[in-house]
Design a protein around this ligand. Structure first.
Ligand code: FUB
Length: 662
């Protein structure tokens, strides 16, 4: 995960598992579905400004504005920027930093945003409304707060009886007038103590006689003829999410149990909303992921939520993975795993800047993690990269589905090499790449495990390969406009155990290219898929057309999951001529050293450690004879990206194109 710089008022897209918003703290998430999208109205925790404004506590909630976010898939979230600042509220104290948990509902085409704030004329909270034509605003605050309502955490239930009900604070409820900005009866019925002060309260207390110690954050909804009043309260030391059910919006409610237990990390508050999106129910809640030592700076999470047949709610277990389908081509933050072996830990990438996110530490042999719901439908063919850190040479495997699933990719993490080229990258972040051997079908779960441990993984990402090769057609192929020959039989690379290119002298190259064992490989014209053996290595010839003028041997290896460093490549092509073409020269570029034969005569040797440059070397003058001419080449490379480009040029240096490749 990486930090996104705050761009006020510019929509910003965030890709998310839990927590879902990465560019700021936010809490008290109310999710609503408008126009086929989920809109998220959280409160916005910030670190208290310095110096501390009067009345603001360093160790308390500090909120000066609201952002709104939207998503079409619960994975990609767009930040629409600030919709209201404390300075915009006509009745509010512009320096109170008290913009706590809000809600937003749509009625008759208007969007009503309900929010608590400290009034200008005193302490404590009351609730106000701002109105917009669109879910993302702009919102215009109503001049006065809602009369008769003292407290925090508004939630509006649009019930099937046609009425709108305002819930707030410790489970109070009052019917709203049709104008949505006043309650029908604001006559005080109760005196509530809030710190030192007393408030005259209207409405009814729906949680009277129910488990509700320090209850707040009510969220009410209706489903299948039942009304649900869900709310955080303190069961022992910190908040749980509990719920009650009723047949009527204003109760009486019957307590039913827990939706979520206390946070395991001690975060004191939880605050939530429950929404059905595309047929699935979701619980939005918060925890202090980005601020483990301060539970007043929180972050929003989502989990799926399920009902029992009798309408009661199944308890939800918090996860790091959260919800949503993750595109295999996006960065898959595997530190947000679905499950893991007990030794797996998450570690902040940067303790000083926690918004950078985490990595997963796979400590020992057999450590594993799973990451569910990865969508491979846009992945065609290619490779996978991983951002990793290791304290020793190690490896890991990505499998399809589970521990017994097919191997998708196998990674070696070499961070320490010995000998002449000693390097030590232990403890540093490295990007490692592996070819994809098996392509999962559409949406699947990933299982990542290590045999050695000692490994941190930040993220993995699947990437489609650019197209470097295609299947040759059965017709003859002309060289391209510049005369480059793009159809070849290429032999899978011969492993040479080479770690340097410094040894490519004439005599070394002759010992490789001209030894009889090697030349035997070319005794007969190769055919597609023909198997051969060289020094106990089993190899296959592949007939292929290069998509580019230069034949990318490195990618050829990748395509067949073969070694690409320290290897010897062999290529053969057959050129047909209608008549003798005299006085032409073979012009070659290769990375690295190479040797070229025309009709079994060695016509060019390119020694040394070289880059592929068009026409880097040319042969002596040769004749392409009428009929078939066999051109073959060998390219050898240590650590480097092997490729070559080959064409014939005439005495005027023009490319020879009146030839056909079989
Ligand atoms: O975010 C401030 C307060 O913390 C909310 O209003 C409460 O529900 C609790 O989450």
């Amino acid at each position: 995960m990486r930090q996104f710089l705050p761009l006020l008022f510019l929509p910003l897209t965030l890709h998310a598992q839990n927590p879902i918003i990465h560019n700021q703290f936010c809490a008290d998430p109310t999710a609503r579905v408008f126009n086929g999208k989920v809109y998220l109205y959280p409160s916005h925790d910030i670190n208290p400004p310095k110096p501390l404004p009067e009345g603001v506590r360093e160790d308390w909630f500090c909120m000066e504005d609201y952002h709104v976010f939207s998503s079409e898939n619960l994975t990609d979230w767009k930040d629409h920027g600030v919709i209201i600042n404390q300075k915009d509220v006509p009745w509010g104290n512009p320096g109170a930093y008290s913009m706590w948990a809000p809600d937003c509902v749509e009625r008759n085409g208007k969007y009503y945003f309900y929010f608590p704030d400290a009034p200008k004329d005193g302490h404590g909270f009351t609730i106000g409304v701002a109105i917009a034509d669109k879910p993302e605003g702009p919102f215009t605050p109503v001049k006065t707060n809602i009369q008769g309502v003292g407290g925090i955490d508004p939630c509006v239930l649009l019930a099937s009886d046609g009425n709108a009900y305002l819930f707030w604070g410790p489970g109070r409820c009052a019917k709203l007038k049709d104008n949505m900005i006043e309650i029908e009866d604001d006559t005080p019925v109760e005196t509530i103590k809030f710190g030192e002060r007393e408030f005259q309260m209207s409405g009814v207390n729906c949680l009277k006689d129910l488990p509700s110690r320090q209850a707040e954050g009510p969220f009410a909804f209706e489903y299948n003829g039942n009304f649900y009043l869900t709310y955080p309260y303190v069961r022992e030391n910190t908040e749980v999410l509990g719920y009650a059910m009723s047949k009527h919006p204003m109760g009486p409610y019957e307590y039913k149990g827990l939706i979520m237990k206390e946070h395991a990390n001690g975060c004191w508050t939880n605050h939530h909303s429950i929404v059905n999106f595309k047929g699935q129910w979701y619980l939005f809640y918060h925890q202090n992921d980005y601020s483990p030592n301060d539970d007043k700076r929180r972050s929003v999470r989502i989990e799926k939520l399920y009902f029992n047949p009798d309408g009661t709610i199944k308890e939800v277990t918090p996860t790091l993975r959260g919800v949503g389908i993750v595109d295999a081509l996006s960065k898959i933050e595997v530190d947000r795993y679905s499950s893991a072996s007990s030794d797996v830990k998450i570690e902040f990438l940067d303790e000083e800047d926690k918004f950078q996110g985490w990595s997963a530490r796979l400590e020992k042999k057999g450590s594993y993690l799973t990451f569910n719901d990865v969508d491979f439908s846009k992945f065609e063919n290619g490779y996978v990269t991983a951002n990793v850190k290791a304290d020793k040479n190690t490896s890991f495997i990505i499998r399809d589905k589970n521990a017994k699933g097919k191997i998708i990719a196998q990674f070696k993490v070499v961070c320490i090499t010995e000998g002449q080229f000693k390097r030590d990258y232990s403890g540093q972040w490295l990007t490692v790449t592996a070819p994809v051997n098996y392509l999962p079908k559409n949406i699947t779960d990933l299982y990542i495990s290590t045999e050695e441990g000692g490994l941190n993984i930040d993220n993995i990402q699947f990437k489609n390969s650019e197209k470097y090769f295609s299947k040759p057609s059965s017709t003859f192929l002309q060289p391209d406009n510049d005369g480059f020959i793009k159809r070849w039989h290429i032999l899978e690379p011969i492993n040479m155990d080479l770690f340097t290119n410094a040894i490519f002298t004439d005599s070394y190259l002759d010992s490789v290219f001209c030894n009889s064992n090697y030349t035997k490989l070319f005794a007969t014209q190769p055919s597609d898929n023909q198997k051969v053996k060289y020094n106990n290595q089993n190899l296959v010839w592949h007939k292929t057309d290069s998509e580019r003028f230069n034949v990318k041997l490195f990618r050829f290896s990748e395509m067949y999951s073969k070694k690409y460093y320290g290897v010897l490549y062999s290529a053969v092509t057959v050129i047909n001529c209608d008549e003798d073409i005299e006085n032409v020269r073979l012009a070659v570029g290769s990375n690295s050293a190479s040797c070229w034969w025309l009709n079994d005569e060695k016509i060019l040797l390119m020694q040394g450690d070289r880059r592929m440059v068009k026409d880097d070397c040319v042969s002596k003058s040769v004749t392409l004879k009428k009929g078939r001419n066999v051109l073959r080449g060998a390219v050898i490379n240590g650590p480097g990206m092997s490729d070559f480009c080959v064409r014939f040029i005439d005495k005027n240096l023009n490319p020879v194109r009146n030839i056909r490749i079989e």
